[in-house]
Design a protein around this ligand. Structure first.
Ligand code: GDP
Ligand code: IMO
Ligand code: MG
Length: 421
């Protein structure tokens, strides 16, 4: 059995959580492979809504095993809050949520460093989620990090060493650390909660499961255009969000990966700073934000909105090797008379169809205008009900992207998901 990978093809918030939940019945194990509580994965079913941050999105259907992989960075205090909210709504995960000993810990001082580095950037801020993601991955790469497994061995000494190193840096920046004592208190309470769960050597667990023929789905966070190597650097997150991240983030070989489900919105959004060629600053952008309810599920920040960008999407599909596409939130376009799709960029009169190294303000999107379907699709349940103009839009995208769109999502609820044949 090969591990299927599900990931975002744009700048995050494509609707990964919803689709992982929808696909969960077909799998036995769901494993998050990177990112941390910068993620906010929303699921809606039976009139209830959940936002998951570090916990994989496969927890709501049929008692499946969920794994937080080694590639994830985990903040015990946020984890505790997430688990307690789930427990309060009747979901006890103790027996079916397993945590990799090799996942790195986000320390209280990582959160302070995130805020400190952002402040120091002045007007070139990344607009991070402020969860300590960058500093934690920095410590991982510079071989200074602490891991979940370290909680079991002589932790206090290692913790104090890391904390003091961070405090020295914060002091150099003159950063106010008075909040630290309070954050630390919550963090250590979080550690106690975390210890109620089973820590595993997840690479062994997952590879044994592969040998036993178990079906595994790897859940990505963020999106390809936020990838540390291939995203719009430096306005990216600090992990490999691409399909290859599933290999390093779970300890599986490339030969053991199967389908790559690439998820995209029928338009584009982005939170935080960085290039966004098709961004709309007009009423159309406001309408996308309003109809799509485009406000961050973690920070509540309004998301920047624009037309679909096929140059960026083709690039994402290429680096991910996406084998199937899933189009989300087409219902947001239900009332639009016309819909634009960016098929190329233009710089100084020259056309570009390959995503360039530098995406500056001089890039102009080249659009194809499509006729909108202007039909409320949110109650449709079969492909045969789709309006002709919608089918034309999908066929156009498939031709441009050269990968089949297998599922379309026409609303936030689990039920509002239609398979295409
Ligand atoms: P994720 O981070 O990729 O899991 O996505 P988020 O949960 O951050 O953002 C997606 C948002 O769109 C959430 O509020 C979802 O409930 C919502 N959503 C998902 N699919 C659809 C859809 O097809 N239509 C609409 N209108 N909303 C959707
Ligand atoms: P999900 O999994 C959208 C963005 C931040 C910022 C940049 C770096 O819900 O799709 P970080 O805190 O990671 O250092 O921030 O990345 N970002 C996301 N944007 N969805 C996410 O996750 C994101 N996680 C990080 O806004 O621009
Ligand atoms: Mg999200």
């Amino acid at each position: 059995m090969k591990v299927d990978v599900l990931l975002g093809l744009q700048w995050g918030d494509e609707g990964k959580g919803k689709i992982v939940d929808v696909l969960t019945p077909a799998y036995e194990i769901i494993a998050r492979f990177q990112g941390g509580p910068n993620a906010g994965h929303t699921l809606e079913f039976e009139g209830k809504k959940y936002v998951l941050r570090s916990v994989p999105s496969g927890i709501f259907q049929g008692n499946k095993i969920n794994i937080i992989g080694n590639g994830v960075v985990l903040d015990p205090s946020l984890f505790k809050g997430e688990i307690e909210a789930l427990e309060a709504s009747g979901h006890d995960l103790k027996k079916r949520l397993l945590i990799s000993k090799k996942a790195h810990l986000i320390l209280p001082t990582h959160r302070l460093l995130d805020a400190c580095y952002e402040a120091a950037k002045g007007d070139s801020k990344i607009g991070t989620t402020g969860k300590g993601i960058g500093p934690t991955y920095t410590d991982k790469i510079s071989r200074n990090g602490l891991r979940v497994g370290d909680l079991l061995y002589n932790f206090e000494e290692r913790y104090n060493k890391a904390k003091n190193r961070h405090l020295n840096i914060l002091k150099q920046y003159g950063f106010d650390t008075t909040a630290l004592a309070e954050i630390e208190k919550e963090w250590f309470a979080g550690v106690e909660k975390l210890k109620e769960f089973t820590f595993i050597d997840s690479e062994h667990y997952i590879n044994n499961a592969i040998k036993d023929g178990k079906k595994i789905l790897a859940e990505g966070a963020q999106g390809t255009m936020l990838d540390i190597d291939f995203g719009s650097y430096p306005f990216v997150t600090s992990s490999n969000t691409i399909s290859a991240g599933a290999c390093t983030g779970l300890g599986i070989s490339p030969g053991n990966t199967g389908e790559v489900f690439g998820i995209f919105k029928a338009y584009c959004t982005r939170v935080g700073s960085g290039p966004f060629p098709t961004e709309l600053f007009d009423e159309t952008g406001d309408k996308l934000r309003e109809y799509g309810f485009e406000f961050g599920s973690v920070t509540g920040r309004p998301r920047r909105c624009g037309w679909i960008d096929l140059v960026a999407l083709r690039y994402a599909i290429m680096v991910d090797g996406a084998t199937q596409l899933i189009m989300m939130k087409s219902d947001v376009l239900d009332t639009f008379e016309t819909i634009n799709a960016c098929i190329a960029y233009e710089i100084d009169g020259e056309r570009l169809t390959d995503f360039p190294f530098e995406v500056g303000d001089d890039i102009k999107p080249v659009y194809v205008e499509m006729k909108g379907w202007q039909v409320d699709m949110t109650k449709m349940r079969k492909e045969s009900e789709f309006p002709a103009e919608f089918n034309e839009y999908v066929a156009f995208l498939e031709k441009e992207l050269n990968v089949p769109i297998k599922i379309v999502s026409i609303g936030p609820d689990r039920e509002q998901t239609i398979e295409r044949r």
